[in-house]
Write a protein that binds this ligand. Structure first.
Ligand SMILES: Nc1nc2c(c(=O)[nH]1)N[C@H]1C(S)=C(S)[C@@H](COP(=O)(O)O)O[C@H]1N2
Ligand SMILES: [Mo]
Length: 542
């Protein structure tokens, strides 16, 4: 019994200091690893590298679940999960280290290796990208060794004192008094450990915070972006027609403000692309490969064009759609100058972070306004939306047409190359599906009896919307009033009045595009080429 109690006692006695040592070790890894990212870029910080590798490795259904469940906070949730996992494993490693230092240190080394491997697995990795993980892990291994030795020193000191005290007590019979006079030595050992622990934790926290700020400042292109002047476009978009937006409270703006424009990408930290060193290559199956600087791009005749952009992951009625007034150079003109070779049926855009997006060459060259966009709603592209340059081709979902942070255009074939999302099972070619959304009334609204105003948006990008219909409770369809059309590349707003009796009602909407195709009722998942089905809203009339 006594020995068992002793064992349990030792285990418990190890748990708290072990956990503390483990957590401080992890803090050192992060606190040293983060500032080291100043040499290799924010995307190489250990947690970011591991998170990015996790995003690429996540099976599509899980990723769809994450996007559906966490929406725009999916990246925050992922990073929080990574730090939480790190903390749990760190606690275990610390407890192990108190039992056997070498095992604890080995766990830290494995962690460093995982971070380094993740950094190297990135499509645009350089050897230096392992530095934050390697340097962080080495510092953490040293910190763990020091902390464990210090703790064991304190323990040994204490054990020694106890033996001495016991001996002396035996000799003098005055244990209490002798113990009292020994207290300073014992306290010194413990204080030594505490000082080391608090000091290391503080240094790690300070290093992490200062380092993070330094990395953010060093890699921030906000200042350069603020100095970019977009020349006046050679071809201006006409002013928006009067009445593109019916005056209904709660209806989306016709032009989505940049701050409210949806953002969908795999970038855990936003790529910071320096416009002064940016170039765009056009290569592959072309007669004359081209390389353009940002100044070259701005010197081309610029086109202003309104376009709605939408995401294949948008659920029926969802928020991943927006309209902006873009400015950019003609993509088709540049491709013609490069001389597209026969058979090059796929145009692959590459971003600085290695994302690849493939678009049918034929569509880019068929007369539509595809852009190498540099401005969005009167300002240089926001960093989150692809600064300094992104591709836009009206008619296709973003994942097959809208490469942000674009640095490379390759003419190739669909047979030869599968871009990022195609490798994950999504369709090679994905035209935007005809869709409509009820913005007003909001779900579960309680409204007074009488005519109920229904309003929303509908889009069939590049085909254009010809009709929108609404109905209540599965009754006859009523034609909605279409607001003025901007271009076929933008969404169209609409309103309708329904007279409803008191009680619960379900309002549905469907659109018809300019080819006469009616939005289908059948529900389809977003995977592999976009959701279908009618959006509906349930309200109560009182
Ligand atoms: N470099 C890069 N470009 C990208 C993506 C990405 O993950 N990385 N996502 C694409 C997808 S899926 C969509 S829907 C659009 C979204 O553009 P937005 O974030 O400006 O709204 O960008 C596209 N371009
Ligand atoms: Mo998307």
């Amino acid at each position: 019994m006594r020995s068992l109690g002793g064992k349990v006692g030792t285990a418990a006695a190890r748990a708290v200091p072990g956990a503390v040592i483990g957590l401080i070790t992890a803090a050192v890894a992060v606190g040293v690893g983060e500032p080291t990212a100043v040499v290799s870029g924010p995307q190489t910080a250990p947690a970011v590298a591991v998170g990015s590798a996790a995003i690429d490795a996540t099976p599509t259904p899980l990723k769809e679940f994450a996007v559906r469940t966490f929406g725009a906070s999916d990246k925050l949730v992922l990073l929080t999960g990574i730090y939480a996992t790190l903390a749990v494993i760190a606690v275990a490693a610390g407890v192990l280290a108190l039992r056997r230092l070498r095992v604890g240190v080995a766990v830290v080394a494995v962690f460093g290796a995982v971070g380094a491997w993740a950094a190297l697995s990135r499509p645009t990795a350089k050897t230096a990208d392992v530095l934050p993980s390697v340097v962080g892990a080495l510092a953490a291994m040293a910190a763990m060794t020091l902390l464990v030795c210090s703790w064991q020193g304190a323990r040994t000191g204490r054990a020694l004192q106890q033996t001495e005290q016991a001996e002396q007590a035996e000799q003098t019979g005055q244990a209490e008094q002798t113990g009292g006079s020994r207290l300073p030595a014992r306290a010194r050992d413990r204080r030594g450990f505490l000082t080391l622990a608090v000091g290391t934790a503080g240094a790690a926290a300070a290093g992490g915070l200062v380092g993070r700020a330094a990395v953010d400042r060093h890699y921030n292109v906000a200042l350069k972006r603020s100095r970019v002047r977009i020349p006046a476009p050679a071809s201006r978009a006409p002013a928006l027609p009067a009445g593109v937006r019916p005056n209904v409270a709660g209806l989306s703006e016709f032009i989505t403000p940049n701050a409210g424009f949806y953002r969908v990408d795999t970038a855990l930290v936003l790529p910071q692309v320096d416009p002064d060193t940016w170039t765009l290559r056009i290569r592959g199956m072309v007669d004359r490969p081209v390389e353009l600087s940002f100044a070259d791009l701005l010197a081309r005749p610029l086109i202003e064009h309104d376009q709605t952009v939408s995401c294949v992951s948008n659920e029926v009625g969802g928020p991943y759609v927006g309209t902006a007034r873009w400015i950019g150079a003609s993509l088709a003109d540049l491709l013609r100058e490069a001389g597209v070779r026969r058979g090059a049926d796929q145009l692959v855009g590459r971003s600085i972070d290695g994302m690849t997006i493939g678009t049918p060459t034929e569509s880019v060259l068929d007369g539509r306004t595809g852009l190498l966009a540099v401005a969005m709603n009167g300002e240089p592209l926001p960093v989150a939306h692809g600064f300094p340059c992104r591709m836009l081709v009206p008619g296709f979902f973003g994942y097959v047409s809208a490469t942000k942070w674009l640095v490379d255009l390759e003419l190739t074939t669909f047979a030869d190359y599968d871009p990022y999302w195609v490798r994950r099972g999504w369709s090679r070619i994905a035209p935007v599906k005809t869709a409509s959304r009820i913005d007003v009334p909001q779900p579960f609204a309680r409204l007074p009896a009488g005519p109920v105003t229904v309003a929303g948006v509908a889009w069939a990008t590049h085909r254009g919307v010809d009709a929108v219909e609404v109905r209540a409770d599965g009754g006859p369809w009523a034609t909605a009033r279409l607001a003025a059309a901007d271009t076929p590349d933008t969404w169209r707003q609409w309103t309708a009045e329904l007279t409803l009796t008191p009680g619960l009602h379900r309002i549905e909407v469907r659109a018809t595009d300019a080819t006469g195709t009616v939005q289908p009722e059948a529900r389809a998942d977003t995977f592999p080429d976009g959701a279908t089905g009618w959006h509906s809203v349930v309200i109560t009339v009182v």
